[in-house]
Design a protein. Structure first.
Length: 229
């Protein structure tokens, strides 16, 4: 079985599980929440107030709180997008982002900007000297194949229009860029302009804080502030 089929089957199973989310009992919530990595890092993942709970409650209670926060964040994204960003997409993306220690709202705002607030999986960007960018995360054909390989996935151009595939690549690429530069200004500007383009921007402007990087980070902070209240 190829990696592509494994990925598609996994996505199908995820959607089936999600369709029954309203019927989940606590044990099922634990299964869905299992595997989330909650770490305090420079990637600014929104913390869960479980510090005092660990010694007082068992692991299942903590995992239930994790799932509750994932669902709350997903609903916030659906509301903010006026329903354009589906709940199933949001939950999948949040879990992927947390696995890599990335603030999910960074990814959400990036997808919003890349699609012009439409969140359309069929988005095709304007023509550039390097060709077109495709899908929700706007990957070009000269970039997507090696990111897919880094993610352990097969690659075909048509797969860029699959929202789950596109979001997976976006998280993996952001993780790669952040690990390389250790700052979100550089990572986000490199996502938008390419790594060489980011270095050129930095050389001219003295920093990598492009309008693209600023908007995404500021919007993400606003979401995080609301979620913490």
């Amino acid at each position: 079985m190829t990696k592509r089929y494994v990925f598609l089957v996994s996505a199908l199973i995820f959607i089936i599980l999600l369709s029954n989310v309203s019927l989940l009992n606590n044990n099922e919530q634990i299964v869905l929440a299992e595997g989330d990595v909650l770490i305090a890092s420079d990637k600014s993942i929104k913390p869960i107030d479980s510090e005092n709970l660990v010694n007082e409650k068992d692991t299942s209670d903590v995992q239930s709180l994790v799932w509750k926060q994932i669902e709350e964040d997903a609903l916030r994204m659906v509301e903010d997008s006026e329903g354009r960003f589906k709940k199933s997409w949001a939950i999948y993306m949040i879990k992927e982002a947390r696995t890599y220690g990335i603030d999910p709202f960074i990814v959400y705002e990036l997808l919003k900007v890349e699609t012009g607030h439409t969140f359309s999986p069929d988005t095709v960007g304007p023509e550039t000297i390097y060709g077109y960018a495709y899908g929700m995360a706007q990957f070009m054909e000269n970039t997507a194949p090696w990111i897919a390989e880094m993610a352990g996935l097969d690659y075909e151009k048509s797969m860029l229009f699959d929202p789950y595939y596109s979001m997976k690549l976006s998280v993996v690429y952001l993780d790669y860029l952040y690990d390389k530069y250790q700052r979100w200004d550089e990572a986000l500007t490199a996502y938008h302009r390419g790594m060489t383009g980011m270095e050129n921007y930095k050389r001219v402007n003295g920093n990598a804080r492009s309008q693209y990087a600023t908007i995404i980070q500021n919007k993400a902070k606003q979401h995080d502030a609301v979620a913490m209240n």
